[in-house]
Design a binder for this molecule. Sequence first.
Ligand code: 5RP
Length: 215
Amino acid sequence: MSDMKQRAAEKAIEYVEDGMIVGVGTGSTVAYFIDALAAWKDRIAGTVSSSEQSTARLRSHGIEVIDLNAAGPLSLYVDGADECDPHKRLIKGGGAALTREKIIAEASERFVCIVDPSKRVDVLGRFPLPVEVIPMARSLVAREILRLTGGQPVWRDGVVTDNGNLILDVHNLSIVDPVAMERELNQVPGVVSVGLFARRPADVVIVGGEPPLVL
Ligand code: 5RP
């Protein structure tokens, strides 16, 4: 699948324009995008990064990383996903960067999602849904998730997010109304963010292939 990821990432470079500040997601597909973006580093105004991992890779190429507060609204955000449905709604957070990813997606006019073909599904939920939680609320949130969704929350043991929080991965979901589930889970005290990108889905999905498919 890595060549499919690379093809999707390289296609996304077509959305980069001179002078842009580019929002950059996290993950193995985005790593290819960062590598391709290196050729643009003197033409763009900089990047806003969604994780320490992506920041390190961007800086290793000499690409400038800017604080979102200083950057203001962004015209482009490029990120991967763990699942993508036909309405461009996503599950994200396999790399535990969902909260910053969601913030940058919200700040961006156009969200270009880059995936390999295995990420396409009809109904979201086969991939366990990541939920970032405040550490003291871990058990409370897990009980609430079970009650509200029927899914099985599993603590991603040993993982601490860039924000100092924990991840619960919710198994055995079939998410027929992702907007409603995103809204409902967001309201549980202790939930920092939910890895459903349904209220603000992707605008463009690029599926790696020969040639890449643009949805
Ligand atoms: C990180 C993410 C990633 O975009 C998602 O996990 C996909 O990763 P990859 O490109 O490695 O398959 O949401 O939090």
